[in-house]
Design a protein around this ligand. Structure first.
Ligand SMILES: [Zn+2]
Ligand SMILES: [Zn+2]
Length: 256
């Protein structure tokens, strides 16, 4: 049993064959899938998918890329949408200073709106962070001090300091197919500094397909390759890491 803790099943790449994608996931032992909201305007589509498949859950939130187009959404609006039983997290949210598709200022505002929703609902945050380690640490630590919250740093590709300080405030760290990429040694080097009970795996499908499927459309069944790589790095049995990451997922997210 493996959980794909982060993918985007509402994206066009899955428009024609989602039934087969879910079926292949099950055949490969990927028994649960969390599909992540990036646009409030597409939330109805996400919910439709989560309602259709009993093993798929979803989140509600505005990706940092959309902070300008949709970031005016209020905490109250997020909380209202999060009341559906299939919604188990808030996000994805965070900071992306690599692309800066929205201004850093708007991204910070949007992020804090989501953090408050997580603080008020108790739902975990799904956090995206790229080239923003300093600002991310500052916001996480000051907001956590004001009122604790839980969550996961998804598709982790930031520095060790951010990883360790995230763990210090109880956050989880999720690795994607990036750890199978040849040039990602810096990300692999972080893995053994982290406690096993804070690790998750994800695809971030349709993006970032792991080796040996690199370059293809990614899908939840491919998370097995990321899990294998992670098991090799840590030097634990794949079976053991499957149960560890699945338990971690259920400790963080309430699927009942
Ligand atoms: Zn992301
Ligand atoms: Zn994502």
């Amino acid at each position: 049993m493996i959980v794909d803790s982060h993918c985007h099943l509402d994206f066009d790449e899955f428009r024609t064959d989602l039934d087969e994608v879910i079926e292949r996931a099950l055949e490969n032992g990927v028994t649960e899938i969390l599909t992540i909201c990036t646009h409030i305007s597409r939330f109805h589509k996400i919910l439709e998918i989560a309602e259709k498949y009993s093993n798929v859950w979803c989140t509600v939130g505005v990706h940092p890329h959309e902070a300008e187009s949709e970031g005016q959404k209020t905490t109250e609006h997020l909380i209202e949408l999060s009341r559906h039983p299939k919604v188990i997290g808030i996000g994805e949210t965070g900071l992306d200073f690599h692309y800066n598709n929205s201004s850093p200022n708007k991204q910070c505002q949007n992020f804090i709106t989501h953090i408050v929703a997580a603080q008020e609902t108790g739902l975990p945050l799904v956090i995206h962070s790229r080239d923003a380690d300093g600002a991310m640490i500052e916001i996480l630590e000051s907001e956590y001090k004001a009122c604790p919250f839980t969550g996961v740093m998804h598709c982790f590709s930031s520095g060790l300091d951010l990883a360790l300080r995230s763990i210090d405030i109880g956050l989880y760290i999720s690795f994607s197919g990036i750890i199978t990429f040849k040039k990602a040694q810096a990300v692999r080097d972080i893995v053994n500094h982290l406690p096993l009970n804070k690790l998750l795996v994800e695809t971030d499908a349709p993006f970032l397909a792991p080796v040996p499927n690199r370059g293809k459309r990614n899908e939840p069944s491919f998370v097995v390759h990321t899990l294998k790589e992670l098991a090799d790095i840590i030097n634990v049995k794949e079976q053991d890491l499957m149960s560890i990451t699945t338990n971690n997922f259920h400790t963080l997210f309430d699927t009942n």
